[in-house]
Design a protein around this ligand. Structure first.
Ligand code: SAH
Ligand code: SF4
Ligand code: F3S
Length: 499
């Protein structure tokens, strides 16, 4: 993993620097000494566990947390019975919050057995005042709480946690800062997410993200390209550009760069093989972007285009700023220009005021667009959002409608995914499929001796399992898609170039 930060060069005698990220390097150096001391006292490693809830943004933030923990001498573990456990939380739907509270109870049990143990919480949930109040009241054993805007201060906050007693809480309402050059420990050596922007300005009426992630801020293109170049030099072949609405990238920057222009620059980076991005708001998707995608050799044939609802009445109440007709026209244009693209979406069922007739409109869009995949959610009321004060649909009425939507999504997705059966496609091999690596499975797939079952991802985001050498992990392989199993394929390694 690339790493340019040398903690040995931090002069602790000079005291705390005022600039960032130097200030954080200083606290990392202090922490490293503290961890060394504790390890010597205990005669064992000091372990740390980072648990991620929520979206790709949180996954990327967790890699930053892991980077700092590793850098300061912690031994990372997936086991929650560790010396330091941090939950990087999500609050987009209430069930995400409930999961965290449930698991915190379990952590309290572990903490009683391990006097060394520290528990921390960060991420979107902690940006809510009601959550902080609940933690103080019912979960006083939590040692550290911080938010989404000050994650870059993690080293300093952790060091202060070890200095004091009781719960340390530091949550900021807003920030206009983007601190670069902190250590990152990637989950996969060969692929990586990259933040291109933070926050959201769209205020869809059901959504809490703008309140917990703040206003939209784009990173400078220079910093983004520099980060990708470093990642590629470090072995990354696929990147995913991350933002709540990547189509409005650059709007707050002085150089006036658009997302499509950024993509053109990213495409030029030699050695980079695949480019993905998440998420595109339909209202801001430009013709220029479609053109760039069409011409690109690296941008994957996948576009996630959240619909949320098909009825114009509901779309308006959601403040999505497009109509059903505009969405359908856009989807059609994309399919016309890039016929091999996979379209996926997000759908909410049960938004305030939604009737079975409105849900039929959603189903109509699903049938017309024929999504390759769709994530379907039951509406969850989020305190503080405009939709929370609208008249809610009783949950008992939502389930039936939800099942209808889900069934429709599954049917269309199944037929869409199956259309490539028999073709040869490039797959980035992501891992060895440990779960189904039985001898029978391998035999059924004609595996050669010594081969294992691998899991790869096609450009259009579909998964394929096929037998091959374990050292293919991290590489692009050509695979014949022999059998469609609903949402994924079984395949066979194909040694020549794509047909
Ligand atoms: N910025 C992205 C989405 C981020 S949240 C976008 O606009 O597409 C991911 C998905 O969660 C959303 O697309 C939406 O479908 C769902 N979601 C957000 N708030 C929700 C709520 N209150 N209840 C149910 N689903 C919600
Ligand atoms: Fe939420 Fe809408 Fe912003 Fe997506 S675009 S994060 S759904 S407010
Ligand atoms: Fe959840 Fe925050 Fe992402 S609320 S979906 S983790 S931006």
């Amino acid at each position: 993993m690339y790493d340019v930060i040398d903690l040995d060069r931090v002069d602790l005698g000079m005291g705390e620097p005022t600039d960032e990220p130097q200030k954080q390097y200083y606290y990392m150096a202090l922490l490293r000494k503290l961890v060394e001391k504790k390890k010597a006292e205990l005669g064992r490693p000091l372990t740390a566990c980072v648990v991620t809830f929520g979206c790709q943004m949180n996954a990327r933030d967790s890699e930053k947390l892991c980077g700092i923990l590793k850098k300061t001498g912690f031994t990372m573990t997936e086991e929650e019975q560790a010396d330091f456990v941090i939950y990087n939380t999500c609050t987009v739907r209430d069930n995400a919050n409930q999961k965290v509270y449930g698991r915190l109870g379990v952590l309290n049990g572990y903490k009683k057995k391990n006097p060394e143990m520290k528990v921390a919480l960060c991420g979107c949930m902690t940006q809510e005042e009601s959550v902080i109040a609940k933690l103080k009241e019912s979960y006083p054993f939590v040692d550290l709480v911080f938010g989404t805007h000050n994650l870059y201060r993690f080293a300093e906050l952790l060091w202060r946690t070890y200095q004091g007693k009781g719960m340390l809480v530091e949550v900021w309402k807003e920030t206009d800062r983007i601190v670069e050059d902190l250590p990152v420990d990637r989950k996969y050596p060969f692929k990586s997410g990259i933040n291109i922007m933070f926050g959201c300005n769209n205020f869809c009426t059901y959504c809490i993200v703008p309140y917990v992630r703040g206003r939209e801020r784009s990173r400078s293109p220079r910093e983004i390209l520099r980060e990708i170049e470093k990642l590629v030099a470090d072995g990354v072949v696929e990147i995913m550009l991350l933002g709540q609405n990547v189509n409005s990238y650059g709007k707050n920057l002085e150089d006036g760069i658009s997302f499509a222009q950024l993509l053109r620059e990213v495409e030029k980076i030699e050695g980079l093989q695949r480019i993905r991005f998440m998420t595109s708001h339909p209202k801001d998707l430009s013709d220029e972007l479609i053109q760039v995608m069409k011409e690109s050799k690296k941008i994957c044939r996948h576009l996630h285009l959240p619909l949320q609802a098909g009825s114009n009445k509901i779309l308006k109440a959601m403040n999505r700023c497009y109509t059903k007709e505009q969405y359908l026209a856009l989807a059609e244009k994309i399919r016309r220009e890039i016929p091999d693209i996979a379209l996926t979406t997000d759908i909410i069922v049960g938004f305030p005021g939604e009737t079975p007739e409105d849900v039929q409109e959603t189903i109509d869009v699903i049938k017309k667009v024929q999504y390759d995949n769709a994530f379907t959610f039951i509406y969850s009321k989020r305190t503080g959002t405009p939709a929370a004060s609208m008249e809610q649909v009783p949950e008992s009425l939502v389930h039936e409608e939800f099942d209808k939507v889900l069934k429709c999504v599954q049917e269309t997705a199944r037929s869409r995914v199956a259309r490539y059966e028999g073709q040869v496609m490039d797959a980035l091999v992501e891992e060895i499929n440990e779960g189904s690596n039985s001898e029978e499975a391998l035999k059924a797939l004609d595996a050669a001796p010594g081969e294992v079952l691998l899991t790869g991802r096609l450009s259009n985001n579909t998964i394929v399992h096929f037998p091959g050498d374990a050292d293919l992990v991290g590489q692009i392989a050509y695979v014949k898609l022999t059998q469609c199993k609903g949402f994924y394929y079984l395949g066979k390694r194909y040694n020549e170039e794509k047909t």
